[in-house]
Design a protein around this ligand. Sequence first.
Ligand code: NAD
Length: 248
Amino acid sequence: MTSIVLITGASRGIGAATALLAARQGWDVAVNYSNNEGAAREVVQAVQALGRRAIAVQADVANEAQVLAMFARVDAELGRISALVNNAGVVDRAQRLQDMDLARWRRMFDINVIGSFICAREAVRRMSTAEGGAGGSIVNVSSRAACLGAANQYVDYAAAKSAIDTMTLGLSHEVASQGIRVNAVRPGLIETEIHASGGQPDRIARLAPGVPMGRGGTADEVAEAICWLMSDKSSYSTGAIIDVSGGR
Ligand code: NAD
C-alpha cells in the first residue's frame, strides 16, 4: 500500500526538502502552500520526477474552511494520508515583547499553533484505528526557541512553539491507543528564507559562531529527522521531541 503524507508550508525550505526526501523514500506527497502556487508546483514536479504521485493544495493553515477543503481534496485525489507534517510557520523581526502589537502576537499563534491544531485534528480523524483508519504518524515542527525563550527577539514565536511541544506530548498520549504516533522536531538555526522574510537576513552569519557545531544547519538535515519520525523506522517513538540544532 502506498504511504501518503501531507506537508504544510511545503513550497520551500524545510517543507520542500521533506517533500523530496519523502518521495525518495517511497511516499506520495500532498504539497500545501498558502500563496506561492508556482513554487509549490515546482516541488510537485520534482516529486513526480522521482516516480511518486503529488498534488499542490492551497490552504492558509489558520483558516479552518480552507484546511477542511484541503483535506477533502487530498482524500479525493491521493487517498487517505498516513502521515502529516505540521511544518508551516512564520516568524517576525526581532522586537521586545513590550513593543509588540496584538495583531503580531495573534498572527504567530494563528499560524503556528492554531494551524497545527486544525491539521492535527483532521489527520487524527482520518488515521484513528478506532474510527476505521489505519493509524499514522504526525510530526510537528517546533523550534529550539521554545526552550530558549528568545528574549528581545521573538518571545511570541517561542511561546507559540512551546505550545506545539505541549500539544505534541498531550496528543501523543491521547491517540497512542488509536494507532497514531505524534512527535516533533526542534530545528535550531537552519539556512532557509524564513530569516529574510522575518526581517533578519544576516541572522545565520551573526549567530552561527555561537552554535557548538559552528554553523547553521540545512533544510535537508532537518528533513532527515522528520522523515524518520514519519516512517515505521521510529515505530516505538511517540511524544518525542528531537533537536536538530548543532548542539545549540
Ligand atoms: P520558510 O519560510 O522557508 O517555510 C515556511 C513555509 O510556511 C513557507 O512555505 C510559507 O509559505 C509557509 N506558510 C507560512 N504561513 C502559512 C500559512 N498560514 N499557511 C500555509 N503555509 C504557510 O522557513 P523554514 O525555515 O523552512 O520553516 C519551516 C518550519 O521550521 C517553520 O515552522 C519554522 O518555524 C520552523 N523552524 C525554522 C527554523 C530555521 O532556522 N529556519 C528554526 C526553527 C524552526
